[in-house]
Design a protein. Structure first.
Length: 115
């Protein structure tokens, strides 16, 4: 398997760092400990992701509502796939910590009625 390399500027020292997608995946997985829930702060854009990383969070969760609202859209599957993925790409490019992405259905066809 080839790990994708991801270059960002370090959140704490401003120097370039390199993290691979595999590194981030392993880091996120290490936070999953039975009986010990992970609490991940939400980010909705690159600036909020940097604030979260600078505060020392081990990982970031994105908020579909926050991303939608930051792009002038409503919550609840209003972003299309390209908008959602572009927002997640900007967030992950801003930090070296892993991100758990909430993109709802990203305008994918609904197979089930809304709950």
């Amino acid at each position: 398997m080839t790990a994708r390399t991801h270059r960002t500027t370090g959140a704490r020292d401003g120097m370039p760092h390199t993290a691979t997608l595999l590194d981030k995946a392993q880091s996120l997985r290490s936070l999953h400990i039975p009986g010990r829930p992970s609490i991940l702060p939400n980010a909705w854009d690159a600036a909020s992701a940097r604030v979260v990383a600078d505060a020392g969070a081990p990982a970031i969760a994105t908020t579909s509502a926050g991303i939608a609202w930051s792009l002038g859209q409503g919550d609840g599957d209003h972003l299309n796939r390209d908008q959602a993925l572009a927002a997640i790409a900007r967030i992950t490019a801003a930090v070296d910590i892993p991100d758990s992405a909430d993109i709802e259905r990203a305008s994918m066809p609904r197979q089930y009625p809304p709950v």
